[in-house]
Design a protein around this ligand. Sequence first.
Ligand code: LFR
Length: 484
Amino acid sequence: MPNGSVAAIDLGATSGRVVVGRIASGAGAGSVSLEIVQRFPNNPVHHWEGSAEGLHWNLLEQYRAIRIGLRAALKSEGALASAAVDSWGLDYGLLRAGGELAGNPFHYRDERTARGVEAVSALVSDEELYAINGLQFMPINSVYQLADDRLQGRLTAESRALLIPDLITYWLTGQLVAERTNASTTGLLDVTTRAWATSLFSRLGLPTGLFPTLVDPGTSVGPLLPGLAAEVGASIPVHTVGSHDTASAVVGLPVTDESFAYVSCGTWALVGVELEQPVLTEAGRLENFTNEGGVDGRIRYLKNIMGLWIQSESIRTWEHEGQTIDLPVLLAEAAALPGGSHFDANHPRLLAPGDMPARIAECCEEAGQPVPRTPAEFVRAINESLADAFAAAVHSAAALSGKDVRVVHIAGGGSQNELLCQLAADRLGLPVVAGPVEATALGNVLVQARAVGLVPADGSLESLRALVAASAHTRRYEPRARTS
Ligand code: LFR
């Protein structure tokens, strides 16, 4: 197995990074290590959009930082065997016929989605939609956003839509592709055939050629555009990976027991199991389970839970009010409390930006629970309630899919939160393996490394995960007996 380096461009809803992944041969499976060479904030912006203010991603700023990151990566490595992009799902940029961007991409937390839901439901029932796309109902799904674009006259027959990682890949290479794992989050991919659901496009009045040709993770897209290669210092072959961040995170799990469930915990917490085939039952639909596409044709049977968003948005509110918040101290104070209130951590009122503590207070009242008073009490309630939601979703995923679950992996930023991991183990009644923090970047790195021949020959997901297990830092939490 040769040694080599690749660059993962991993864009999250709160920050992005360019990460160098180094693959080293050696005894056994070899190893993979990461170095973050560029980290940059992702601050959405409100701006005027024809008839109203909208919430948008500042994508050009992200792209500027990516170019700096690629230059830094090349400076450190000399050469890169590949680069690839992943990001949050659902959102897209619209291109005009000439290929230029028709406005800043919308943020999925913009309130426009309500109009889109109404428009789609009037044309296709929820049951029928689920039978085609296998996707959980979320008002933020691309299909609802596109329905609103249509209503607002933003689409023409020539419009092209590129999901965020595909848009960055287009700017890097000049090539238009639609990577399949992220395409599965749009609501417009047929979950059974894994092709665009063209009849759905027609019924919803969307141009059938809106998205480009689908490609799988690990596809060679092309080299950097010449001007860009000159700017960053060398050409780099660009590949697709599981460009939906959650698909990459599921690749980057340190799995040693195949009877596993996962919680990919960042801004969102994605909770579920990996399957070979979709589960399209009415029971699954009613519990809002989704069948998103994974790397190598696997199915990510999961559910979106609000995740660390409700904690970070609470902190933003307190800081806005003039309080100084030190998260590690706050978490320690929260952990020292004897317990906390429990509320529905997936309540729709927690989706939009705003005064999160006030909304949590409403949720607690509705649940007949004491309303937290201090930031520590709020944070304890948030972590108790997230742990409840994780446990419920894992148990439902197992019951609905028939998959045996003996261990739960918590990866991403939430894996560093000891309070959350311990509470999750307690509620689950199962061991939790926490880490790696950078599961998404690892999954991105490994799939492109496989595409360029830097990982062992058999190249199965299981062998990639064995490499993660051999290389990553993890911590195990055993469930504690219930005292109350
Ligand atoms: C996680 C994630 C989720 C998706 C949400 C919005 O970062 O990609 O999987 O539902 O963000 O795109």
